[in-house]
Design a protein around this ligand. Sequence first.
Ligand SMILES: Cc1cc2nc3c(=O)[nH]c(=O)nc-3n(C[C@H](O)[C@H](O)[C@H](O)COP(=O)(O)OP(=O)(O)OC[C@H]3O[C@@H](n4cnc5c(N)ncnc54)[C@H](O)[C@@H]3O)c2cc1C
Length: 288
Amino acid sequence: MTKIAEILARGRSFSFEFFPPRTEKAEENLRQALVELEPLGPSYVSVTYGAGGSTRERTHDIVVDILRNTSMTPMAHLTCCAHTRAELVEVIERYREAGIENILALGGDPPADLDLPPGELHYSAELVDLIREHGDFSVGVAAHPEPHPKSPTRESDRYWTAQKLARADFAITQFFFDARHYFELVESLRSHGVDKPVLPGIMPATSISSIKRMSELQGSEFPTWLAEKLHAVEDDPDAVWRVGVDEATKLGQELLDGGAPGLHFYTLNRSPATREIFIGLGLRQGAA
Ligand SMILES: Cc1cc2nc3c(=O)[nH]c(=O)nc-3n(C[C@H](O)[C@H](O)[C@H](O)COP(=O)(O)OP(=O)(O)OC[C@H]3O[C@@H](n4cnc5c(N)ncnc54)[C@H](O)[C@@H]3O)c2cc1C
């Protein structure tokens, strides 16, 4: 096993994110994506945590399965919301006992239609501390280049992001389509005295409806220029896919050229777009 802090200290990292499936068909998609993406030699892979609860146990099982049965280094996402402190400690200790060394500490977004109890921890920074108290983990946090939608101001979000990143090892960003958002975030964190690695999250816009929905949910701008390019070919799903992949490849290149310490790919449990962008960027196994 390897700690992500050590991987980042060696050079650029290229990571893939997956989510726990809810159906047998979705399970099959995940299995296939893992098998097809493993040969690319990602620096690590991560598995999201359902803040609503129904797939929480699956996150644990998938992360441990990746550790035991693949060559990839896994990271488990974990969220504060709807959990007591004791429940979080139990999850963290189970990971430690299973040999998992990397956790992404998050606030979490519980589904609005579920009447879940409030969590005992209010912010992800508290979870960073709790994880550190219960094991020798490498701990990451989320960063929001276009500030978190619930933040009163951009400056307050930058301030709190700097505070939590100072306690963690690295950050991974929400997706965005304009590299300037990322570079401004990194500059702002530096001005707060924090220069730990911030990995930009890449989400190819391969479906107009889902990217619109996800952008609204996450508070990411869906820029007019990209919407126009996608709508120009909207009757041809393959052409939409191609535009999404090409634009994500250009964005990835711009980020790397500008000094980003790597890229984090939101795979949506599918391999083709991630593979295409990875190859388009000329990345290889071992990646740096
Ligand atoms: C890479 C990545 C992976 C993700 N994975 C998951 C996942 O697996 N499961 C899931 O449910 N969601 C996931 N999310 C979404 C995330 O949970 C949401 O964006 C959530 O609303 C905020 O999470 P956070 O960790 O940024 O929260 P926090 O760091 O707790 O911040 C939330 C808000 O509070 C503010 N804030 C922080 N600390 C303080 C403080 N001390 N006082 C006042 N304000 C403060 C921040 O500025 C921000 O506005 C992910 C997001 C990213 C970018």
